[in-house]
Write a protein that binds this ligand. Structure first.
Ligand SMILES: NC(=O)c1ccc[n+]([C@@H]2O[C@H](COP(=O)([O-])OP(=O)(O)OC[C@H]3O[C@@H](n4cnc5c(N)ncnc54)[C@H](OP(=O)(O)O)[C@@H]3O)[C@@H](O)[C@H]2O)c1
Length: 299
């Protein structure tokens, strides 16, 4: 297949490109920095700087849409929220317009979303049929999903990947946590009761490949491990894996003061379960956090 990928240079995208190249696919990555694509994604990968380069006669068999400005990196000012929105919702709308206009349409669009779709939901176990939340992250995910669903009207199969916290040895959330934890400064966030619906990147990429190849797969998919944990449990498990203490608590009030509305990403959570993925028979390589952390931190 010839596959167009947005966000292919990112944490997930780079690993995905490796797996798709191993399956023998031809890849084109949309990037604001096309010169970096070969180094990040593979020497045989084509780069596209803007969707304007997608002319009607280009044929892509599948599109995977993972682009998005990092959500936790900067304060959620009105301007920043617009950037977060444009890099997901507006870009997805443009992508869908090109899909609809293509002479030969891709058979499938796998499009990003996040477990933040469900909002802050306490201890309730959430599957795909559950309602969306109403905070900024939840509204962003709903709009992102709705934009992607536009491709269904063009006859394209659409899967919406509600992504959990992706654990990788190459950065992301685990990369950010490592230094303080290695220094023995690991801390529970607030009361530590908020849920963290994590997933090992190897399982995440394997699930994406499954959705790509399964002609019956469509609609939303919770892309998380089957055993989510609370922040308190995550903190203790990471500290144990690194053989370091984690005796501190980052007070909720301090995080709110320092991060504003964005602190909700750390202090709130949702217990998300991979309902459709599990029902489809996928066998997780890393269902438990301790094994996932040991595997990722073994170097
Ligand atoms: N990693 C997680 O734990 C996690 C959890 C939930 C949801 N997600 C979502 O899954 C997607 C991929 O995650 P990731 O961790 O691989 O993200 P990442 O490492 O931050 O990469 C995101 C990619 O999006 C592109 N991008 C960033 N800002 C953009 C902008 N303003 N306009 C257009 N493109 C932009 C970048 O490509 P170029 O720089 O090449 O243009 C970048 O490679 C993201 O949408 C993210 O929100 C991730």
């Amino acid at each position: 297949m010839h596959i167009l990928i947005t966000g292919g240079t990112g944490l997930i995208g780079r690993q995905l490109c490796k797996a798709l190249l191993a399956e023998g696919h031809e890849l084109t990555v949309l990037s604001r920095n096309p010169a970096s694509v070969m180094a990040k994604c593979g020497t045989d990968v084509h780069a596209m700087a803007t969707l304007g380069e997608w002319h009607a006669e280009h044929t892509f068999d599948a599109v995977i849409n993972l682009a998005g400005e990092p959500i936790v990196d900067a304060c959620w000012t009105a301007q920043r929220k617009q950037v977060l929105w444009d890099s997901r919702v507006t870009l997805t709308g443009e992508l869908v317009s090109h899909i609809a206009a293509a002479a030969s349409k891709p058979s499938v669009l796998l499009s990003g979303s996040a477990v933040g779709y469900y909002g802050n939901r306490g201890d309730v176990g959430l599957v795909e049929a559950d309602d969306a939340g109403n905070d900024f992250a939840a509204r962003l995910c709903q709009a992102w999903e709705n934009a992607a669903r536009g491709a269904e009207q063009a006859g394209v199969r659409v899967c919406l990947v509600r992504t959990g916290l992706v654990l990788s040895g190459d950065g992301g959330i685990l990369g950010r946590m490592l230094l303080p934890f290695k220094l023995g400064l690991g801390a529970r966030l607030g009361d530590g009761k908020q849920w963290m619906s994590w997933v090992h990147i190897d399982d995440y990429v394997a699930m994406l490949l499954g959705l790509l190849h399964d002609a019956q797969a469509s609609g939303p998919y919770n892309m998380t491990a089957p055993q989510p944990v609370t922040n308190e449990e995550f903190t203790a498990e990471l500290a144990k894996t690194l053989h370091r203490p984690a005796l501190f608590t980052a007070p909720a009030a301090l995080l709110k003061w320092a991060m504003g509305e964005r602190a909700s990403l750390l202090l709130e959570g949702q217990k998300v379960l991979p309902g459709k993925i599990s029902a489809g028979g996928y066998r997780f390589r890393f269902p438990h956090l301790d094994e996932a952390l040991r595997h990722l931190l073994r170097k």
